[in-house]
Design a protein around this ligand. Structure first.
Ligand code: IPM
Ligand code: MG
Length: 360
């Protein structure tokens, strides 16, 4: 099979981790007889430096013409980087929001899994972590506060800022359907998270999710308020299978969920539209403080490449091969700095990529 993949190395550790993911994908191509066609585009700070904007129309066109996009990370140090002296719509993050919208990537899947081999890094009490957990956060990605009208005005000498949180029923329905579809392939439970005791948008969210649930009698639906969910994630994470939520809540809860795994350098993500097309990226950021030192953990990007093979190309066997390679490397005791523990062998980004590619 020929796979046309647009790559966004991006900023910070992005180029290093994408290089290792390509290395692993190339090993998959050799073993299973596929051909990978990579085209790189610039986004974020890297694009600002060359084009003055974080995302060009040309880059969007290239991304659209591929079957899938594999991304590293974008952005820099917000206090020291000159990118953050630019107006908000020209900063690196605007590139990411722009490509999400341009490609209609409304469904963001963020798995948060406690790896047995890394359970020691989980910050929760042992009696909680012992139960293990494996949840999928499904975050709506192209609506809500992120894309509502916003402005800052001055009225009678008082500065005032306005952000609007808007959802229509179609936006809610399509992410809910994806959430239930995915729950069906997992443990068949959806926890829909909202703030229905305060927000109209959440009350509509709840109604529409309930309507969608009628088509999935085999899936259990529960509703949870977002503040309670934040608490439950540290109290009893094992209770969650699929967490279905709007954009802003999903942004916050997915960071919390990844932190409790103790290994954010291990977590992948996928952003999907209505077709097989998707953008795949690690859940972590660009870590500018360790960029270029060959110490970043490429595993989250490698696992994002695995999600890409699974969701955009239906190559389950190949994706399994990558997931097994990750397990095998961890079992053999190899660790990058972020997940290092006593008795293990510390390796750099490139060596980790080699070890994973060898195991395909
Ligand atoms: C994420 C990030 C982005 C978001 C930022 C970089 C705009 O935090 O992907 O979670 O808030 O969506
Ligand atoms: Mg975030």
């Amino acid at each position: 099979m020929e796979l046309r993949i647009t790559c966004i190395p991006g900023d910070g550790i992005g180029p290093e981790i994408v290089a290792e993911a390509k290395k692993v994908l190339d090993a998959v191509a050799v073993k299973y007889g596929h051909v990978m066609h990579y085209t790189d585009i610039l986004m974020g700070g890297a694009s600002i430096d060359v084009h003055g904007v974080p995302l060009t129309e040309e880059a969007v066109k290239t991304a659209k013409s591929a079957d899938a996009v594999l991304m590293g990370s974008i952005g820099g140090d917000t206090t020291t980087s000159p990118w953050y002296k630019l107006p908000p719509n020209l900063r690196p993050e605007a590139g990411l929001l722009g490509i999400r919208k341009a490609l209609n990537l409304f469904a963001n899947l963020r798995p948060a899994v406690l790896y047995e081999e890394l359970a020691g890094a989980c910050p929760l009490k042992e009696e909680i972590s012992a139960a293990g957990f494996d949840m999928m956060i499904m975050r709506e990605l192209t609506g809500g506060l992120y894309f509502g009208e916003r402005k800052t005005v001055e009225e009678n000498g008082i500065r005032k800022a306005i952000d609007t949180l808007t959802y229509d029923e179609n936006e809610i329905r399509r992410i809910a359907i994806k959430g239930f579809d995915i729950a069906r392939k997992r443990r068949k439970k959806v926890t829909s998270v909202d703030k229905a005791n305060v927000l109209d948008s959440s009350r509509l969210w709840r109604k529409v999710v309930e309507e969608v649930a009628e088509d999935y009698p085999d899936v259990t639906l529960e509703h949870m308020l977002v503040d309670n969910c934040a608490m439950q994630l540290v109290k009893d994470p094992a209770q969650f299978d699929v967490i279905l939520t709007e954009n802003m809540f999903g942004d916050i809860l997915s960071d919390e969920a990844s932190m409790v795994t103790g290994s954010i350098g291990m977590l992948a993500s996928a952003s999907l539209n209505d077709t097989k097309f998707g953008l795949y990226e690690p859940s972590h950021g660009s870590a500018p403080d360790i960029a270029g030192q060959d110490i970043a953990n490429p595993i989250a990007t490698v696992l994002s490449a695995s999600m890409m093979l699974r969701y955009s190309f239906d190559l389950d066997q190949e994706a399994d091969a990558i997931d097994h390679a990750v397990k095998s490397v961890l079992q053999a005791g190899y660790r990058t700095a972020d997940i290092m523990s006593e008795g293990c062998e510390r390796v750099g980004c490139r060596r980790m990529g080699d070890l994973l590619a060898e195991r395909i």
